[in-house]
Design a protein around this ligand. Structure first.
Ligand code: NAD
Length: 496
């Protein structure tokens, strides 16, 4: 059986030790094993990063920028190959995997502009013969701990900016789809990045705990579920690290009575079932306002039944399997619970038959109507292809519903009234808002992050907030004094 290794000093690192199975979600078989780091592996990888960071911070901005351009071109030319690696382990269809690479690439392109992003400021003559300038310097070794659902895009939210800013980066990918990280490391090496600047540490909780407590790791970016995000934030900050920890989500899509219902139904189906609902920006709750309910549910149901579920590598498939058998069972359990608690199962995807792949981890698109806020299907993040429709009478009730939900990642409103859209954007409680856009993932030059239980820490990822997170400020005050003004003065220096 193939073992997926760590990556350090520009090459695979494969010590003997424990492993975990990596499944093929379409066939339901084990396709590889992945190494699970122990304390000695954490020390080995961090030591390599420390050595690399010392040299990398001295590398000119011009050279860093050139390397990022090289890496960008390699990722673009190998997109199809990387997408197939992702699909084979995650289960999302290849076109969707290519889409996540394209969105990640936007952050690489943003980071290519690092000479501009790291410009400091200068003030001449703040006092007599005295000038001040500011700069931002790298932190040293920084780590990214990432979830299974975007094995390329989420790491690419982090490492292009961290590396561009002069840090060495350690990626701890999800143990469920760890191969993309190794292919990315190979492409960095091909681009000419010095060994050790981008390392990969495979593993589970043991690897994460090792990074969170290691004194040489200065900052941790985390993306994953809310309980682990909270844990990583608390442990990381308790060990003196800078931490940004993005958590789970329960994204609402509010449909106002004046909306184009066909457009809204298309959006609900695309954003609810794309990637089998395993997206942090998936729509999981449709809030039907006023008279829209019946017509909207009919339109969504008709589209839901037409989604083609099948093997992730088959170009005819629109939606693939879930990532593991355990996750499939969990999602099915939620549909059972919704039915038992009184929701109407309009489209039931619990037991789909997929030709030629009877043992895959299948759940087909499922539509639940008349969901209420006391049901588990409303309260928990299901992270599967399950859309819940909640009906409310007024716009104010819809806004209140979103405000009372503990998550605050993304939210959308569908309306033909510009004033209503503007008011919604102004008063809604969420970090990312779409007006007639169901998955409002910000561009690389804006920053990505939610509110409430969807983010711990104050800095969002990528954009200028990413540059801020991976650097620290320094302010230099300089005087070239005229000899006539020399002599001791024990008072507080004041400006004159
Ligand atoms: P997860 O929290 O199970 O795992 C995330 C990372 O934490 C993985 O690298 C994993 O190895 C590690 N981990 C798991 N259990 C741990 C533990 N007990 N202690 C320490 N580390 C641990 O998340 P997942 O299932 O891989 O991904 C899905 C979740 O990620 C969903 O909740 C989704 O909403 C969230 N997500 C959020 C965003 C966002 O931007 N807010 C983006 C993508 C995914």
């Amino acid at each position: 059986m193939r073992t997926i290794p760590h990556w350090t000093d520009g090459a695979p690192y494969a010590p003997a030790g424990p492993t975990a199975p990596v499944f093929d979600p379409t066939t339901g078989t084990v396709q590889a094993e992945v190494a699970l780091a122990g304390p000695a592996d954490v020390d080995h990888v961090v030591a390599s990063s420390v050595r690399a960071a010392a040299e990398w911070r001295e590398t000119s901005l011009a050279r860093r920028s050139k390397l990022l351009f090289e890496f960008r071109n390699l990722i673009e030319s190998r997109t199809d190959e990387l997408a197939r690696i992702i699909s084979a382990e995650h289960g999302k269809v290849v076109s969707d995997a290519a889409g996540e690479i394209a969105r990640g690439l936007e952050v690489v392109e943003f980071a290519c502009g690092v000479p501009h992003l790291l410009k400091g400021s200068h003030s001449e003559s703040v006092s007599t013969e005295t000038d001040v300038h500011s700069m931002r310097q790298p932190l040293g070794v920084v780590a990214g701990i990432t979830p299974f659902n975007f094995p390329a895009m989420v790491p690419m939210w982090m490492f292009p900016i961290a590396i561009a800013c002069g840090n060495a980066f350690i990626l701890k990918p999800s143990e469920r789809d760890p191969s993309a990280a190794i292919r990315i490391a190979e492409l960095w090496a091909e681009a000419g990045l010095p060994p050790g600047v981008f390392n990969v540490l495979q593993g589970d909780k043991g690897a994460v705990d090792g990074l969170l407590t290691h004194p040489d790791v200065r900052a941790v970016s985390f993306v994953g579920s809310t309980p682990i995000a909270r844990y990583v934030y608390e442990q990381g900050t308790a060990h003196g690290k800078r931490v940004q920890a993005l958590g789970g989500a329960k994204n609402h899509m509010v449909v106002l009575p004046d909306a184009d219902l066909a457009v809204a139904a298309d959006a609900a189906v695309s954003a609810g079932y794309g990637s089998a609902g395993e997206r942090c920006m998936a729509i999981s709750v449709v809030v039907a306002v006023g008279r829209t309910g019946d017509a909207l549910v009919d339109l969504i149901a008709e589209r839901t039944r037409r989604v083609r579920v099948g093997p992730s590598l088959d170009p005819a498939s629109e939606m693939g399997p879930l990532v593991t058998a355990a996750h499939r069972d969990r999602v099915r359990g939620y549909i059972d619970a919704g039915a038992a608690e009184g929701a109407t199962v309009v489209v039931d995807g619990r037991d789909p038959v997929v030709d030629g792949a009877p043992d895959g981890y299948w759940v087909a698109p499922t539509l639940l109507d008349h969901v209420t806020t006391d049901m588990r299907v409303y309260q928990d993040e299901i992270f599967g292809p399950v859309l819940c429709v909640v009906r409310v009478e007024t716009y104010e009730e819809a806004v209140d519903l979103v405000a009372r939900n503990p998550f605050g990642n993304g939210v959308a409103v569908f309306t033909r009234d510009g004033g209503a859209g503007r008011r919604f954007a102004h008063e809604i409680d969420a970090g990312m808002v779409g007006i007639n856009v169901p998955i409002p993932v910000p561009m690389a030059y804006y920053s990505f992050g939610g509110w409430g239980q969807s983010l711990f820490g104050d800095t969002h990822v990528h954009g200028t907030e990413g540059v801020h997170f991976y650097t620290r400020g320094k302010v230099v005050t300089t005087r070239w004094a005229d000899p006539a003004t020399r002599g001791p003065d024990l008072g507080v220096p004041t400006n004159r």
